[in-house]
Write a protein that binds this ligand. Structure first.
Ligand code: FPP
Ligand code: MG
Length: 298
């Protein structure tokens, strides 16, 4: 996508504006992502100076949140490359995150008031979502409501804000696009949670089946726990370094109870609800974004 390189260039320009060579160096070391939020914005709002700037702001906020998240999660890799905290240290990752985040907000303050409000409010939700995510790893969480609320804030909020603000830019139905973004975001996180179980570490770019070891009771585990007669058998493995046998036991039980299959169905249902929200908009590309995301290899 040619327009995504315009977004990357805009991010470089914004960081160069900060007047600090080290920040530009660190920017070069960030692994490239899928730029889902930019794809959404550009599909909804088209390619203009304003939409490219909005993409850059959202991507910088997203990158900042990941720089902080990798410190919080003590992650060594990000998208298959060494993370900044692994390459240097936690301090560098946090401070570079702060720079990207602050510069993004400086740019946001120059934009339309409703856009600035929507994006900045999403970042508050994102931060609350991260707090809840971490706190939910203290003890085994068996509440679907808490899980859903957490992924809504941690992941869906910024995707929702991206779709909504793109619609605001071009006077489209902002509420419909917000709902599209929210459901897409929820489905996106659920797909991520499923891939943690179904894919190998080479494909994931990080160790496989790490979520449960880290204390995250994601959707497939929630359904499995609900359906197991011997719930303790699963609870005993919580936050443990899993042996090969334990890993296969979990996978086997997920098959038997259809916890995995139903998690996939739930993500697909949310995906369909996303499409339903914008059915009047006739935007095939947006439907394809959703489909491509849902159909990532399970
Ligand atoms: C990745 O989750 C983390 C997020 C989507 C949000 C992180 C948010 C913060 C750290 C709040 C601070 C925000 C700013 C802007 C500084 P994950 O750990 O489940 O996914 P992963 O496997 O990709 O790490
Ligand atoms: Mg993480």
């Amino acid at each position: 996508m040619e327009e995504l390189s315009q977004v990357k260039q805009q991010i470089k320009t914004f960081v160069a504006d900060c007047g600090d060579a080290r920040s530009l160096e660190l920017l070069e070391l960030l692994a490239e992502g899928k730029m889902l939020r930019s794809k959404l914005i550009l599909k909804i709002a088209g390619i203009t100076t304003q939409s490219i700037e909005l993409c850059a702001v959202v991507e910088m906020i997203h990158a900042a949140s990941l720089l902080h998240d990798d410190v919080i999660d003590e992650a060594d890799t990000r998208r298959g490359k060494p993370s900044i905290n692994a390459l240097f240290d936690n301090k560098t990752s946090i401070m570079f995150g702060d720079i990207l985040y602050s510069k993004a907000f400086t740019q946001l303050s120059q934009m339309d008031k409703e856009i600035a409000y929507t994006v900045s409010n999403a970042v508050t939700l994102l931060s609350i979502g991260e707090l809840h995510d971490v706190e939910l790893t203290n003890t085994f969480n068996s509440s679907y409501k808490k899980y859903l609320d957490m992924i809504d804030k941690k992941t869906a909020s910024l995707i929702e804000a991206s779709a909504k603000t793109a619609a605001i830019l071009v006077n489209k139905d902002k509420e419909a696009f917000a709902l599209y973004g929210k459901n897409l975001g929820l489905a996106f996180q659920m797909v991520d949670d499923i891939l943690d179980i179904t894919q190998d570490s080479a494909t994931l770019g990080k160790p496989a089946m790490l979520d449960f070891v880290e204390g995250k009771v994601t959707i497939p585990y929630l359904l499995l726990h609900e359906r197991l007669e011997d719930k303790q058998a699963l609870e005993k493995l919580y936050k443990k370094d899993l042996s090969v046998d334990e890993t296969s036991w979990i996978k086997q039980k997920m098959k038997e109870t259809q916890a995995l299959e139903d998690s996939i169905k739930l993500a697909q249902k949310l995906g369909l609800e996303a499409i339903e929200a914008i059915k009047d908009e006739n935007n095939e590309d947006l439907q394809n974004i959703m489909k491509a995301m849902i159909e990532r290899e399970f």
